[in-house]
Design a protein around this ligand. Sequence first.
Ligand code: FES
Ligand code: FES
Length: 174
Amino acid sequence: MIVRFQVNGRPAEVEVSPWKRLLDVLRQDLGLTGTKEGCGEGECGACTVMIDGEVVNSCLVAAGQVAGSSVQTIEGLAGGDVLHEVQAALLRLGGTQCGICTPGIALCAAHVVDAEPDASRARIRELLAGNLCRCTGYQLIVDAVAEVAAGRTGATGATGLAGTAGAGDPEAGA
Ligand code: FES
Ligand code: FES
């Protein structure tokens, strides 16, 4: 089956089984290896992409389902050599370690700061709950997203920046 869709704003055309996972189409047929595979069964979020503006696990989507759709991968998040502000914050605050979860978290977080820039830290954690990270303990990820969100709304002092979280932080380790 020939599947035509948009990827990161450009037309894409692949001849694949309609049942081939979008994750594999992106990585194998289109060479977009920024999208990662973790669990392969919809639990970890490592394979997160955006489809028509919705956060989706690409390991659960068949190629035939994206015909005519617009897909955004991590390769489409930065503006050329300029990182998206969420990517820059994750890098600056240390919200990434091994990096397997990072593309999915960055895409989801970019959606969060657009859709709910006034989200509380608890709400940010809720919205990112589908993206698991085995390395960071989440604190620095939430710090990064909260900082970007605060910048969108003009809020200050509510982000709990890296270095402010101590053993007494009720969020620590959550
Ligand atoms: Fe898709 Fe884990 S690889 S959700
Ligand atoms: Fe390693 Fe998140 S940085 S899984």
